[in-house]
Ligand binder design. Structure first.
Ligand SMILES: Cc1ncc(COP(=O)(O)O)c(C=O)c1O
Length: 343
């Protein structure tokens, strides 16, 4: 009953097999090996255009370095107030952007609206060094609350960002979960909807540690190699990150993993919705569910071995707790049924 996070799961056998296949022998170091080159081509095919792709090992590195590429002296980066980059990365984005300021915007269900973004950006006008200047906008897909931006919502946010001449970054730590839920193509959910740069997550959905920064205008990536090396994110045996992506992307393995994770989340939601004392303020759109439980019930589940995190919330009653339940490729129907049996 591990619902703490999708990164508590191991890696899939397809990913581990690909890693094992590339274990022996020699290959050029630092990413100039044939496998790494082939993965770059794989990303071009996936996104139906020539992209510039750079592999890193953590989502924090992907986000921070993607944003660092667009950083400016006095830059401001706009995001949801609960965005991972704003609250869960120990200010790495600020550090790697040499002090660009993250500006958190409130918004229901983990999403920012174009209007709220426009108003927030208006407080940082152009040509006034007193207030700094916009450098980027970042959204998370799927969001930190397991919800999704529809394609027209992404485009509307991109339009606001572009009207201020800054790029739209997408934190895609759960990119696959969002993609299969919306049933759209990777191109549609990104550059065709105005996204300029993507943190493409693999770790939460079956890889061991594999993330990619994808620039949809390759010329934007000028200087990224230096930022990545300076951040100690250039792997001498880069082929092992590439190998993970080989196994991950082959035969739509990644999409199958995400469909499974999302289906498990729906099973959990459907099983919980009629349980006494349970409230579901948000219906899951990907692989995260946020129920309000009675404290007593949560304690009983934890005593039975269930793992999940509490989220501070001011809208719950004294005897309630807001929790996050995350499913993944490794979640089984039996684990969910066991969890539900404790109510
Ligand atoms: C929305 C989001 N972005 C990025 C990350 C990447 O984090 P890490 O640096 O731990 O790989 C996470 C992981 O929890 C996440 O939930």
């Amino acid at each position: 009953m591990i619902f703490a996070s999708d990164n508590w799961a191991g890696a899939t056998s397809a990913v581990m097999t690909a890693l094992a296949d590339h274990t022996s022998g020699f290959a050029t170091a630092y990413g100039d090996d044939p496998l790494s080159r082939s993965i770059e081509q794989r990303f071009n095919d996936l996104f139906e255009k020539e992209v510039a792709v750079f592999l890193v090992s953590t989502g924090t590195a992907a986000n921070s370095l993607a944003l660092a590429t667009y950083a400016k002296p006095g830059g401001a980066i706009f995001c949801h107030e609960d965005a991972h980059i704003n609250v869960d990365e120990c200010h790495a984005p600020e550090f790697f952007t040499a002090g660009n300021k993250l500006i958190g915007i409130a918004g229901e269900h983990g999403k920012i609206t174009p209007d709220a973004l426009r108003k927030s950006m208006a407080k940082v006008p152009d040509n006034n060094p007193m207030h700094g200047r916009p450098a980027a906008v970042s959204i998370t897909q799927a969001t930190e609350y397991g919800t999704l931006y529809q394609l027209d919502e992404i485009q509307a946010l991109a339009d606001v960002a572009h009207s201020r001449n800054v790029p739209l970054h997408m934190d895609g730590a759960r990119f696959a979960n969002a993609l299969v839920s919306l049933d759209v193509s990777p191109a549609e959910m990104t550059w065709k909807s105005g996204v300029d740069v993507l943190s493409f997550g693999g770790t939460k959905n079956g890889c061991w540690c594999a993330e990619a920064v994808v620039f949809f205008k390759p010329e934007d990536s000028d200087g990224f190699e230096y930022l990545r090396k300076r951040a100690a994110q250039v792997f001498s045996k880069a082929r092992f990150i590439s190998a993970q992506f080989e196994g991950y992307l082959k035969d739509d393995h990644w999409l199958a993993n995400a469909r499974h994770a999302n289906a498990m989340c729906l099973r959990l939601a459907n099983g919980l919705k009629d349980k006494p004392g349970v409230k579901l303020p948000l219906w899951p759109e990907a692989n995260e569910l946020f129920p309000v439980l009675k404290k007593e019930q949560a304690a009983k589940l934890e005593a039975a071995g269930a793992k999940f995190y509490d989220i501070p919330a001011d809208f719950v009653e004294e005897d309630e707790v807001f929790v996050r339940l995350v499913t993944c490729f490794a979640t089984t129907p039996e684990q969910i049924d066991e969890f539900l049996s404790h109510f």
